[in-house]
Design a protein around this ligand. Structure first.
Ligand code: B3K
Ligand code: ZN
Length: 852
């Protein structure tokens, strides 16, 4: 398969201002009639070329008459005389047989669509590219019993009955949109209906559509939607623009959700939530994803992307917007910690490995492979840096100008930067390098103090590492929030935003009498790796006394990380500083329990591995478990006290109650790690008495690491209770895939033969196989059985669902990071994948690039 290059972009040869679609819907066979008004774009004599994949072509007409055409390999070419024509096609597709879940497919008896990025070509012939914008009119016909509800983009215009127990409905969407935002849904659905009055006084009808039994789980999604609508008006001045907004939940979905204009389609895990089945983290994820998709109505739909290389234009910006929204709604400090943790767990390794690519990539083979942590999360960090460089007010002026200038068009990342620049007067010329250079910059910070002169000097040096195809890099502007504290008094000498633009910069601070302690990259102001020579005592000081909560968390993490890295490389380490720092935090009555719970958690085994030259999964596991058990042991009474004081009464979804639940399970984890007396019984009691999923899953997640009868009891009871609920059953698979026991690799292979393990359902695949690859010790089992298992899974899933298969491949691409034996076994799996006949383009690209 050939690569597509950003530099090759050309405007479309033909535009399609109007589209009329007519669907005769049925699972086994659907007929799609399309009527396109086409217009020649520019001075050329090229024929009309339409994309189409897996379509059975029945008829082609131009201006009402059967027309000459060429139907070859994924394209339909039609010569057109003149500059305008009406082109009609009729095709047949089979939604029930669509296992890729791209185009029109069936999920649990519901017919639904997924078109981004290139699924529309699996529905009808069309110029399937985001810079062709059209107005749509859609008519659907279907069996009235099987599909009583018929939804499409925009607003409903008419409906009626037909012969043979069938009915029809027609919808129009007045806003021109690219075909990737097209959607329809037909099914037996019920709605939670509500309304929202916009700030200009228009009433919007809201509907969240689910299967009948799930209606009681839609309240939180509806509240989140209304909160997001109000927030976008208040913070970005963006109002909703149609009379109706619908969300539909389906069980089979390749990713989280999709922002189709006026008709969002969601993976049910980001809609359904009630206390018995969803954890606090699930509730937060529902709110975050509902907001994210809603925010796309402006950042993505009203202003869309010129080509798929610009994907971060809508995704990075929209992730930033949903992060701001969640921070405003709950604890901003905990939200920032979560976001940084996610960035470091997924994006940093991506940026340091064979699949590294710029936020605005230069080429791709299969665009589905570029919905990455780099495009989404690093992209959001780029927007966040521009937000700090401009300040909130100028940033808002910039986004206003961007929306005004580009409304109704397909734009580029460059257009966004230009609008911010024009509105603020701030030069972002060098900042643009962040979009074109891959790799995580490293900043080395050394602070020296001259007590006699009352002066401190900070030297900052940056390097951007080489990445595939980009051997040499230029320095990038790095906004660093920096503070200095007096070691003895704790007084803050200075607190400012420093912009490191050059390779090296020297900063002088005056009036620094006592020895200063450096706090740097506060709030994680830039997505970089900081290297300092701060000593244990300095980190302990910051973890207790820095007035920036994120910096406090970060100092504690650094302390833990250094302790673990020392333990792994030398065989032992002094655990006391970590234990004392945790004691301080845990017993500080001024601190928010939610924040405490996050800061006392040790870095993951994978994160420790990221800081070693050669990852030794077994040694990391042993060192981390030893530290965990010492922390549990030394602070046993404090953990017991924290456990008791955070034992909530009745379930409540409030920040305080969430914090208490979080701390309770973290405390239980340390007591379990220390083998504290009665800990398994406490866990089982928590499991059995819980009135909510957070406590229940928290207890189960701890028990599953142990070798106790309580483990079996809880796993069995959980399965019995929830086997009919797919989203909760996913959790049952996940906790076992994440178990720290030695036998996890074999348990996971056995679970893949469980009757409830369904290859066709992406959530289920991710719940077991995806979670397993995140379990460093189990996946990298020295036998290589983990690699073999993953290779088998990828090859089994690829023919059914290439996107889901391809997403599992990067775990094998980390082979360079491990010892020779493991590395060879990982490579062997990649080679086996590449050698497989009929491999998808998705898997081919990921596997060949991963082999490097
Ligand atoms: N825009 C969709 C993602 C589509 C992924 C296609 N492979 C969801 C989102 O980011 O909001
Ligand atoms: Zn998005």
């Amino acid at each position: 398969p050939a690569a597509i290059h950003r530099a090759d972009y050309r405007p479309p040869e033909w535009l399609v201002p109007d589209v009329e679609l007519d669907f005769d819907l049925a699972a086994e066979r659907t007929r799609v009639g399309a009527r396109l008004t086409v217009q020649r774009n520019g001075d050329h004599d090229a024929p009309l070329r339409l994309d189409g994949e897996g379509l059975k072509l029945i008829e082609v007409k131009v201006d009402g008459k059967p027309a000459e055409h060429l139907h070859a390999q994924d394209a339909l070419t039609i010569p057109i005389v003149g500059d305008e024509a009406v082109v009609e096609t009729l095709v047949e597709i089979a939604p029930g047989a669509n296992t890729q879940l791209m185009g029109l497919y069936e999920s649990g008896g519901i017919l639904c669509t997924q078109c981004e990025a290139e699924g529309f070509r699996r529905i009808t012939f069309f110029p399937d590219r985001p810079d062709v914008l059209s107005r749509y009119r859609v008519r659907m016909h279907a069996d009235k019993i099987l599909y009583p509800i018929l939804l499409a983009n925009g607003d409903p215009v008419a409906h009626g009955d037909e012969e043979g127990g069938r009915h029809w409905a027609e919808w129009t969407d007045p806003f021109p949109k690219p075909c990737y935002l097209f959607a329809l849904v037909a099914g037996d659905l019920v709605a939670n209906q509500d309304s929202f009055i916009t700030r200009s006084g228009r009433t919007v009808a809201l509907g969240i559509w689910v299967r009948e039994g799930d209606i009681g789980k839609t309240g939180h999604a509806m509240e989140s939607l209304k909160a997001a609508m109000a927030w976008d008006e208040r913070v970005y001045g963006r109002e909703y623009d149609l009379a109706m907004f619908n969300i539909v939940a389906v069980a089979d979905f390749n990713f989280g959700a999709m922002e189709n204009k006026g008709l969002n389609i969601f993976n049910s895990r980001y809609v359904l939530a009630d206390p018995d089945t969803a954890t606090d983290a699930d509730y937060d994820a529902v709110a975050g994803v509902v907001a994210h998709e809603y925010f796309h109505n402006w950042s993505g739909n009203r202003v869309t992307c010129r080509d798929w290389f610009q994907l971060s234009l809508k995704e990075g910006f929209t992730v930033f917007r949903d992060q701001q929204f969640s921070a405003d709604l709950g604890s901003a400090a905990v939200k920032r910690i979560d976001d940084v943790r996610a960035l470091r767990a997924a994006q940093f390794p991506e940026d340091a490995g064979p699949l590294a690519h710029p936020v605005r990539p230069d080429s791709y083979i299969e665009i589905s492979n570029f919905y990455t942590a780099t495009v989404y999360n690093k992209g959001a960090e780029l927007i966040r840096m521009m937000h700090s460089l401009l300040g909130a007010e100028k940033f808002r002026a910039g986004t206003d100008l961007y929306f005004d200038r580009h409304d109704g068009t397909a734009a580029t990342c460059e257009d966004f930067a230009k609008a911010l620049e024009d509105a603020s007067g701030i030069d972002l010329a060098r900042f643009r390098r962040w979009y074109s250079q891959a790799g995580t910059p490293r900043v080395r910070a050394s602070l020296t103090h001259h007590a006699g002169e009352g002066r401190a000097r900070l030297v900052l040096e940056q390097t951007v590492p080489a990445t595939p195809g980009q051997p040499r890099k230029a320095p990038v502007p790095i906004p660093l929030k920096i503070a200095l504290f007096d070691e003895l008094t704790g007084q803050k000498y200075t607190d400012r935003l420093v912009l490191l633009e050059e390779k090296r910069q020297d900063l002088l601070f005056e009036g620094i009498g006592g020895r200063p302690i450096l706090s740097i990259n506060r709030d994680f102001s830039a997505p970089v790796i900081i290297e300092t020579d701060r000593k244990v005592d300095d980190l302990a000081f910051l973890s207790a006394r820095d007035d920036n909560p994120f910096a406090r968390y970060e100092a504690m993490q650094q302390l833990m990380l250094e302790t673990l890295v020392t333990a792994v490389s030398t065989g032992s380490a002094d655990h006391k500083p970590v234990i004392e720092a945790i004691r301080q935090t845990l017993t500080n009555p001024a601190m928010d329990p939610a924040f405490i719970a996050e800061s006392v958690l040790l870095p993951t085994e994978a994160f420790v591995g990221d800081h070693m030259l050669v990852v030794d999964p077994d040694a990391i596991h042993a060192a981390r478990e030893k530290l965990r058990s010492d922390i549990g042991d030394e602070l046993e009474s404090q953990w017991r006290a924290a456990y008791a004081s955070s034992s909530a009464n009745r379930f409540e979804y409030s920040p305080a109650a969430k914090g208490a639940r979080r701390l309770r399970t973290v405390a239980l984890g340390y007591l379990m790690a220390a083998d504290a007396e009665g800990a398994p019984a406490m866990a089982l009691m928590q499991f059995e008495n819980a009135d909510n999923m957070t406590d229940r899953q928290g207890a189960l997640g701890n028990l599953v690491n142990s070798d106790t009868t309580e483990r079996q009891t809880a796993l069995g009871a959980f399965y019995e209770r929830y086997q009919e609920n797919p989203l909760v059953l996913d959790k049952w698979f996940t906790v076992q895939a994440l178990s720290m026991r030695e036998d996890t690799v074999d348990k996971v292979a056995a679970l893949a033969r469980h009757p409830d393990f369904l290859l066709a359902n992406p959530n289920r695949v991710r719940s077991l196989v995806g979670a397993f690859t995140a379990n460093q010790r189990a996946f990298h089992h020295r036998s290589g059985r983990g690699y073999r298992f993953l290779g088998d899974m990828i090859l089994t899933i690829d023919p059914l669902n290439p996107q889901t298969a391809a997403r599992l491949i990067p775990a094998l691409g980390r082979w360079r990071r491990f010892d020779e034996t493991r590395g060879q076994m990982m490579k062997a799996e990649l080679e086996r994948i590449i050698a497989t006949p009929n491999l998808s383009r998705d898997a081919f690209e990921q596997a060949t690039k991963s082999l490097g």
